[in-house]
Ligand binder design. Sequence first.
Ligand SMILES: Cc1cc2nc3c(=O)[nH]c(=O)nc-3n(C[C@H](O)[C@H](O)[C@H](O)COP(=O)(O)O)c2cc1C
Length: 335
Amino acid sequence: MPAINVSATTSRSRECSANGPLERAALAALRAPSLLNTQPWRWRVRDDSAELSADRSRQLTSIDPDGRLLILSCGIALHHATVALAAMGHRPRLTVWPDATAPDLLAVLRTGGPRQPTFADQRAFQAMMARRTDRRPSSPDVCIPGYRLEQLRDEVERHGAHLHLLRPDQVPVLIVAAAHAARIETADPRVRNDLARWTHRPAGHRDGVTAGTVVPQIPRRVPQREFLPNDDAGLAAGDGDDQSANYAILFGDGDEPADWLAAGQALSALLIAATERKISVNPISNVVEVEPTRATLAGLLCQLGHPMIALRLGVAAATPPPPEPRRPPAEVIDT
Ligand SMILES: Cc1cc2nc3c(=O)[nH]c(=O)nc-3n(C[C@H](O)[C@H](O)[C@H](O)COP(=O)(O)O)c2cc1C
């Protein structure tokens, strides 16, 4: 396994030099996925700390009025930074919600002393940098072995959230919920506006969902968010039909900002573990964006928890989808 080199893996989007481990960790965390690739976070890196804040100017107020998916996305970035630190040989030391008077200051990350990176640390880092959202339907003839799904569930549990793997008889409920959420959102001109804005970014903006990662709207087992008209979608759907896909709900014990942040950290751990195991993941968030279908999902959990996001899991295709762009470090990291 080659040595970890954060600067090399992020060099294409670099505009500032990364010196210390905390800055390099923040750089690596640029790869974190986020709702419509809004990348709604900021880092303030000082000698001995990296502060993560929510960037409310990038909140999608129509789709995500409470900011739950914004905070969840920040939780993913936070976990990504800790994975990078561990791979660089530093024990991550984390304080979440350090200042009750500054609710958008989500966490402070420090290094807690040197530690020899393990093979698992390095493998996790490499999976994190290689991970992509895959919207193509899952291949018809391969399915994820049950024990692999259990490993993903364990990973989520280890990070303070839960994963409910839908039984086949529960999938129709998700199908109806996804169709219902899509109808509610499509009828809202503010949502249509936000979707159009984040799928048609002005030249030079390195964010949003680009056509090359969107598949045409073909019949799906569980309806997908409609990002673009068919003629504009640039990723061939392939011959999959989603029949072999698994569906899951990541959920938390509470429904407060602290739970959304923890859910993001757990989702990041799941995404990395899935990538290591050649499992592709497609988040399905419209079902939690609208209240009635969030309640439907809570019903699938027997009201035992609060749904944070739904996921489609499949065996990864041999070729990954193209990467989405990321904002230049100078816009996101204040050093
Ligand atoms: C909170 C959250 C919600 C998301 N919701 C959806 C969704 O409903 N449908 C979808 O296809 N992708 C969804 N995504 C995936 C993002 O669009 C994707 O992460 C982003 O465009 C960056 O691309 P990447 O994951 O390939 O790096 C979501 C991601 C996050 C973190």
